[in-house]
Design a protein around this ligand. Structure first.
Ligand code: SF4
Ligand code: SF4
Length: 171
């Protein structure tokens, strides 16, 4: 198969992979107008992020670039873009979908492994630190009690949630 046909087949399979998933269904409605990028507070502050670019890479099947890069993790889920997209593309939902694919491929920032581990162990995304305990005491707040995690873990298991793997340290 000529190279450009191979690329085309790969592109189709990745955008299909995204549109078959919950939250990814609207990807192919994007016609690259850029309204999302001009509505995005993160894009204004950080040149690594542009939602239109993220969707373009997904549409072109640039899976490796997308899943190994920082961009999909920078969206703050403010939904500004999604409110304004003329094509009703669910952009913020698409970011979640792409993150799920990245986690399954072992490509998530290490902080997510910490969040996942804390959720499974304590039912909280951020583990309670000595610092927080001390501050609560200083402010006259009662100590945080452990929350029951048995029921939560049953739900997480039923949804297929597993703790994301930590990446090998690169330095
Ligand atoms: S606003 Fe909607 S159609 Fe326009 S580039 Fe963004 S996602 Fe695509
Ligand atoms: S939801 Fe994400 S991509 Fe959309 S405007 Fe907010 S930060 Fe930007």
């Amino acid at each position: 198969m000529p190279h450009h046909n191979v690329k085309k087949a790969e592109a189709m399979s990745f955008s299909e992979e995204v549109t078959c998933r919950h939250g990814g269904e609207t990807l192919t409605a994007c016609y690259q107008c850029g309204t999302c990028a001009s509505s995005c507070p993160v894009a204004r502050l950080d040149s690594r992020f542009n939602p239109r670019e993220v969707l373009k890479l997904a549409l072109l099947g640039e899976k490796d670039e997308l899943l190994s890069g920082d961009a999909i993790w920078l969206c703050t889920s403010c939904f500004n873009c999604q409110e304004r997209c003329p094509q009703n593309v669910e952009i913020a939902e698409l970011m979640f979908t792409l993150r799920n694919i990245a986690i399954e491929a072992g490509n998530s920032p290490n902080i997510y492994a910490d969040f996942g581990g804390a959720l499974l162990a304590d039912g909280r995304i951020v583990a309670i630190s000595k610092f927080v305990e001390k501050k609560r005491e200083e402010f006259g707040l009662p100590p945080l009690k452990p929350v029951g995690v048995e029921d939560l873990n049953k739900i997480l298991e039923a949804t297929g949630f597993t703790k994301p793997e930590k990446k090998e340290a690169s330095q």
